[in-house]
Design a protein around this ligand. Structure first.
Ligand code: SF4
Ligand code: SF4
Length: 298
């Protein structure tokens, strides 16, 4: 079984052609601007819609572990007590409770993927594995990759690069294209902001570029207050050139995930102002001068 957040069909921004994207649950990083915060933990996450809630407290009565409590008429959920029985979701007649994340068998996921095989062929598309970070569920990821290759499907993976190098060596033969996050070039800023180890990401990036730099695209979420400055973004272009990577994507900061934080009973702490794609056009001439194709957006 794989803990997944979602399966999206007919995607066109997550690799070549028409694709089915499988979003895995679980991520080792904690980017404060994350657009998919519900996928950060491997287990399903409760989503509470206060606009639909009438305060009847039926959910609290049905919760066997007291994970749901009303404190001063305010709904609270203690993740550490939740056993994911979903009794609360079933009990709520007002559809104010739902869950992000579910367990699906690999056969079931493959069945969903096969539905669009004709489109993959006609558009040179395939399957993209995204997240979260799929390497967090490594044995399940390997099983899925092997099935995909048995059926000769093109596989792209979107990854933050934060996982043990031996996992990469095992998975490498089954993956055709890596959309690889390069969030920053400074170890300390990376650690203090997204809570990860950039040296590990660098090791995995170097492994991939040594193997075949044509199989890796750098993806850079451009975030004001974190990496949106000429020095950092030009350094990422330089890093691509140094490792013979030919394509870099700058993804402008957006706040489309903000509403999810509210439903997860969490605060959204990053900037409320979205970026425009045009703001990043200015980096294209420098990238071009370094032999890099820079795309803005997905
Ligand atoms: S059962 Fe639904 S409507 Fe009633 S308090 Fe719980 S979330 Fe709100
Ligand atoms: S899923 Fe079950 S344990 Fe978790 S909050 Fe709902 S009723 Fe309680």
């Amino acid at each position: 079984m794989i803990n997944i957040c979602n399966i999206e069909r007919f995607a066109t921004h997550d690799g070549p052609g028409i694709r089915t994207v499988v979003f895995f649950q679980g991520c080792p990083l904690r980017c404060p601007w994350c657009a998919n915060p519900e996928s950060q933990i491997i287990q399903a996450h409760l989503l509470y819609d206060h606009k639909k809630c009438v305060g009847c407290q039926v959910c609290e009565q049905h919760c066997p572990t007291k994970a749901i409590q009303f404190t001063d008429h305010r709904f609270t959920w203690d993740r550490s007590l939740c056993i994911h029985c979903k009794a609360c979701e079933q009990a709520c007649l007002h559809h104010a409770i739902s869950f992000a994340g579910e367990q699906r068998s690999i056969d079931d996921i493959m069945e969903e993927i096969r539905k669009d095989k004709d489109y993959y062929r006609s558009s040179h598309g395939g399957v993209t594995i995204s997240g979260g970070e799929a390497f967090m569920q490594f044995p399940q990821l390997m099983e899925l990759l092997k099935k995909l290759k048995e059926e000769d499907l093109h596989v792209t993976i979107e990854t933050c690069g934060q996982f043990p190098s031996e996992y990469l060596e095992q998975a490498y033969p089954y993956i055709d294209l890596f959309y690889f996050d390069i969030k920053h070039v400074d170890d300390d800023i990376y650690r203090s902001t997204v809570k990860g180890n950039r040296k590990q990401v660098q090791r995995n990036m170097e492994y991939l570029t040594r193997k075949d730099p044509d199989k890796i695209v750098f993806r850079v979420p451009v975030i004001p207050g974190f990496n949106y400055d000429d020095k950092t973004l030009n350094a990422i272009i330089d890093l691509a050139k140094q490792h013979h990577v030919k394509e870099v994507h700058f993804l402008p900061y957006h706040t489309l995930g903000k509403v999810k934080y509210e439903k997860m009973l969490q605060d959204y702490t990053w900037s409320p102002t979205m970026m425009k794609e045009e703001e990043l056009e200015k980096y294209k001439p420098y990238a071009l001068s370094q032999g890099i194709t820079l795309k803005i957006g997905g």
